[in-house]
Design a protein around this ligand. Sequence first.
Ligand code: BES
Ligand code: MN
Ligand code: ZN
Length: 487
Amino acid sequence: MDVKFSEFGAAKDGVLVVGAYDGGRLSKQAQAADKKHKGALSQAMKRNRFKGGRGQLLDIVGLKDARVALVGLGKADGFDALAAEQVGGTVAARYLTSGESRVTFALDVTPDVAVAAALAAVLRSYRFDKYRTRLKDEQKPSLKRIDVQSDDPAAAKKLWKTAEAVAEGVRFTRDLVTEPANVIFPQSFADRCEELKEHGIEVEVLGEKELKALGAGAILGVGQGSTKETKMVVLQWKGGKDGDAPVALVGKGVTFDTGGISLKPGDGMWDMKWDMGGAGTIAGAMKALALRKAKANVVAVLGLVENMPDGDAQRPGDIVTSRSGQTIEVWNTDAEGRLVLADALWYCQERFKPRCMVDLATLTGAIMIALGLDHAGLFSNDDTLSSQLTAAGKGVGEELWRLPLVESLDRAIDSACADMKNITGNRNGGSIVGAMFLQRFVNKVKWAHLDIAGVVWSGKARHIHAEGATGYGVRLLDRFVKDTAEG
Ligand code: BES
Ligand code: MN
Ligand code: ZN
């Protein structure tokens, strides 16, 4: 998508997007368009029960040399960047395959808010069409260009540089998440990470030999039943001061989760291609940070592994030794994410001594039972870190909800035969149990765990994404780094 910035004025061609506030009060640009088209906008409002509610859209055709989209902006004083995203996304969804190739936003807002509308339009226009061989012409995207008018195009253009980096990061994540598990497995995921080198990110890939030498028996156990080699990818972005402790991001990258010998039911198992969502989100966030040249040191450790049943797969009851030295009795091979993170978290903190460590994982189905699909779960041993992450999420419309770390559920994973087991054996507090397990591997570093099982993939389109991979978390992490590590 081409995004261009200009002053307010007539649209060249395509669709002119103008706004009306609650009650149908036309904004300045909308009044101008109404006048130019002899009251067509007022007419259309009246005859469509259009009241200017946020997200409403009136598509007005049949005008001389023009097509106008009148969009509802809602209450004027609440019309901020997030509200603009809703509008931008709605417009993109409406015109993406309409046959129109160009949309011009002429919203009477400040450049930052105008840029938010453009960002949402770009995010909402994402498609994953590489495996569609029979698309009819009318099913293909026609929208190629977005024009954003404001009274300070230079400022808007500058803001767009940052937004565009974030959009690229989100795209990278969505591609990784959407690819099926026969295409994205640990090695091929690592290969795609290698592409980040060209943006200045240092990339290291550890294979099974290196992981064995490290004593990372927990992640290796998960991959034992797969023919695909287990990998650990380390990414480093050094945009901050030399020697400044980095922000660390740790991702669960299970490229397919069958459950292993504790096999999942077949129905819905296809969803487990996106069980690498934590790692995918972090890879996208790193790309965004590098593209916008974030002034911060950020490292990422991604545990990449496929969880398969096989003659050599690990069995329920097996005991593995993790990098930390702690032993784990694997009661359920489907509780594999925590095993992957156990080694990734420990390795991350011992190697990088980070200022804080945030892990992202599609860890538990239970988080959807607890919170539904609009929030990711947040667990943390630090109140400040917790509120910083919550605020970052709120700022970009990727909401978090904090849940408690519960001592009695930590005791519930004590094992009779090893230092711990990987499940309790009952369903109580399933997501919290996962967090308590992880906490045993953070070595008192300031840490937060984001359980993103409910938000990586969406069964329905929403304002900034189609059905499919959402890209949730990329913008949250970008904002978190910006607000807490860039001075
Ligand atoms: N990857 C799953 C969690 C998941 C489920 C993510 C549905 C996205 C959608 C995870 O590895 C898993 O299987 N968790 C188990 C844990 C249980 C065995 C303690 C679960 O949630 O059932
Ligand atoms: Mn599992
Ligand atoms: Zn899993």
